[in-house]
Write a protein that binds this ligand. Structure first.
Ligand SMILES: C[S@@+](CC[C@H](N)C(=O)[O-])C[C@H]1O[C@@H](n2cnc3c(N)ncnc32)[C@H](O)[C@@H]1O
Length: 260
């Protein structure tokens, strides 16, 4: 009886209209995006990989052999990590993803501030880094840092679950920066934030190799690409060598930049 009505009458027309409306609204939220353009050059900085994104050369990934440098005693004086952690506005219960966590220097500073029910998802692509991080957490009796083995294109985090993503001296090493940022943005809750902590390329006195530094304007350019749904919020300049460039996740289609 119902089928007869569908075939012959207005109910059928309504069903077709509803289906086409659902399809159209789905397309509006996730527009087809052009793939990111990466350039390759033979002549390049020896500390870079010869692959360029939006005019910037991508740096070599720091190997796990560099753990001693990450853990150096002079780091607090040089980078004021304790000040950085205060700048982040951490609160109990938050889920924080530390992407490129390395041996866990930053993750272990943040984890106690998220107790009792918050945690740090410590992502890295090198298992050796995650092993060192696990040992460090055990020694420090920290039980709310979860190691996550990512890939060069994805941190492998659940969509819409993270309050804050932090990347300390990491983003400039991503082999696939656009793909990583898209996944990072998807992992954030709407209103969640992502903080890029990068050595200031604007300042020639910062004693770090050029491809391991970034201009604030370059960070903004790369994080504002269509489809990322990220909006710049503020840049904090309290640290001696790094700027902390912060963006927030907006709902799909809400970013002003996507309309350009
Ligand atoms: C210079 S270390 C910084 C470690 C840590 N953030 C710190 O400041 O102590 C950079 C880290 O980023 C990691 N890394 C590079 N590309 C990555 C990617 N696509 N996803 C996750 N981690 C990545 C490297 O394996 C390395 O451990």
């Amino acid at each position: 009886m119902l089928w007869n009505q569908l075939r012959s009458g207005s109910l059928f027309l309504l069903a077709v209209l509803a289906v086409s409306l659902v399809c159209t609204s789905g397309q509006a939220e996730e527009p087809e995006l052009a793939p990111p353009v990466y350039e390759f050059k033979d002549r390049h900085d020896p500390n870079g990989i010869g692959k360029f994104y939006l005019g910037r050369e991508i740096a070599h990934v720091m190997g796990h052999q560099g753990i001693g440098w990450l853990e150096r005693n002079s780091r607090e004086e040089e980078e004021r990590l304790s000040v950085l952690v205060k700048l982040l506005g951490l609160k109990p219960g938050m889920v924080v993803a530390d992407i490129g966590a390395g041996s866990g220097v930053i993750a272990t500073l943040m984890a106690p501030k998220l107790k009792p029910d918050g945690e740090v998802l410590a992502v890295d692509i090198q298992q050796e880094m995650l092993d060192a991080l696990a040992v460090k957490c055990k020694l420090m009796e920290i039980d709310n840092v979860v190691p996550v083995l990512g890939t060069t294109k994805s941190p492998r985090l659940e969509p819409g679950t993270v309050d804050l993503v932090i990347m300390v001296d990491v983003y400039h090493e991503f082999d696939f920066p656009y793909e990583m940022l898209r996944e990072i943005s998807n992992s954030l809750k709407v209103g969640g934030r992502v903080a890029f902590v990068e050595y200031r390329k604007e300042d020639p006195r910062v004693p770090i190799k050029e491809v391991h530094k970034m201009l604030q304007e370059q960070v903004k350019l790369e994080a504002s690409q269509p489809g990322l749904n990220l909006e710049w919020v503020e840049t904090k300049d309290e640290l001696p060598r790094q700027h902390v460039v912060i963006f927030k996740r907006v709902a799909a289609g809400e970013s002003n930049l996507d309309e350009k």
